[in-house]
Write a protein that binds this ligand. Structure first.
Ligand SMILES: Cc1ncc(COP(=O)(O)O)c(C=O)c1O
Length: 383
């Protein structure tokens, strides 16, 4: 059997990770300003993370969700403490799409309604409901029921009001739109959304799969506002690479009978990974570090005149140029050994480095970016 080939690949094979770096098969070291697709929160190969997972592996790697599972309760308690959402309930799954899928099902199940309002350029995953909420025609098949979706532009509250009727189960928005190209929901917009969804009997779901777990400089990006969403979806940074996701469910929502369930969600090793991540985030002050390093990075970026716009918060940054960034990303990777991300907005470079980066990594990135831009300018001048 061979691999079912669905991804375009870079010609690099990382075999080891250390902090903000990965080392490839040839022994070359790469700086990871993409965080393995926004997943690496506490850094590659963190010793506490390895120790916790190894201990759990030696004790009990797995048992089913039909017995008492203390690591699940510990993870829920720790997440409440570190995120400040002490009174929420935690439903555990294995990925971001699955978290959104579960949240949408909770919304439909508790409201008895069928429609979702989601945002233009939003990304929520590729499973049946999540993909319908995602704004990309290339991801749909004939099995996806697009009649359940109303799509509205970001930060336009009147557009939401125009379609928010008694058939709407949920409004689903990203804390910060990631794959779109790093676009932020205004705090006043989120606050208005919270009020109008509550008044309409619909649920407000925050997809914090990419923007959560400290990446924005707050534990969840929506915490820059005063809202308390009904459902908050998380994954990526939650396990620092171990596949775990979750939905934080507001206290007023009761578990719907029979609608939810998963064999592997909340498994013992995933919970050990999740607890280790929270320990490190708290002990090393990584949420504050993301906020501070994000500001430092933006400050340096603001001095580069070729940059058209800098967007985002903390270590979730979009840098827009007036040309597509494909070649620039390749050059950063090949010549400077830096991983960066792309976006739906093709002129935007997307940065999602580990939350533990310091000034040294920022300096290296800025100098490398300047050097790539200088070589591009030179090429234009010569031609
Ligand atoms: C905001 C957001 N939601 C959902 C997903 C889907 O997560 P997963 O790939 O773990 O299913 C992603 C993945 O990039 C994402 O960025």
């Amino acid at each position: 059997m061979k691999r079912f080939d669905v991804y375009p690949l870079f010609e690099v094979e990382p075999v080891k990770g250390e902090g903000a770096y990965v080392i490839d098969r040839n022994g070359d070291r790469y700086m990871d300003f993409y965080g393995g697709h926004g997943v690496i929160s506490i850094g590659h190969g963190h010793p506490h993370y390895i120790e916790m997972i190894t201990r759990q592996l030696n004790e009990l790697p797995f048992y089913s969700n039909s017995v008492i599972n203390a690591p699940q309760d510990q993870l829920a308690t720790r997440l409440g403490e570190v995120s400040g959402l002490n009174d929420y309930q935690l439903y555990l799954v294995n990925s971001g799409a699955e978290a959104n899928e579960a949240a949408l099902k909770i919304a439909a199940g508790t409201t008895g309604r069928r429609k979702i309002i989601s945002l233009e350029r939003g990304f929520h995953g590729r499973t049946a409901l999540a993909v319908v909420a995602t704004d990309n025609v290339n991801y749909y098949t004939k099995m996806n029921d697009l009649s359940i979706i109303e799509r509205v532009p970001l930060n336009d509250i009147e557009a939401v009001k125009a379609v928010l009727d008694q058939d709407v189960a949920a409004v689903l928005v990203e804390g910060i739109q990631g794959i779109a190209g790093i676009y932020e929901a205004d705090t006043s917009y989120l606050e208005q959304l919270s009020i109008i969804t509550r008044d309409n009997g619909s649920l407000l779901i925050l997809d914090e799969v990419q923007s959560g777990y400290g990446r924005s400089g707050k534990f969840f990006a929506h915490q820059y506002s005063s809202i308390q969403p009904d459902l908050i979806c998380m994954a990526k940074g939650m396990g620092n690479g171990f596949p775990i996701g979750g939905v934080a469910v507001a206290p007023h929502i009761e578990p719907p009978n029979g609608l939810l369930g998963t064999t592997f969600g909340g498994n013992h090793i995933g919970c050990a990974a999740g607890i280790a991540v929270l320990d490190v985030i708290e002990k090393e002050g990584l949420v504050n570090n993301a906020a501070e390093m994000g500001l430092a990075l933006k400050e340096e970026l603001s001095k580069i005149e070729e940059i058209k716009e800098i967007r985002g918060k903390g270590l979730m940054i979009g840098i827009e140029f007036d040309f597509p960034v494909k070649d620039m990303r390749n050059q950063l990777l090949k010549e400077h050994k830096i991983f960066t991300g792309n976006a739906f907005q093709v002129n935007t470079l997307r940065l999602l480095p580990p939350l533990s980066i310091g000034q040294e990594e920022i300096n290296y990135f800025i100098n490398s970016l300047k050097s790539v831009l200088a070589s591009k300018n030179e090429a234009v001048y010569i031609s």
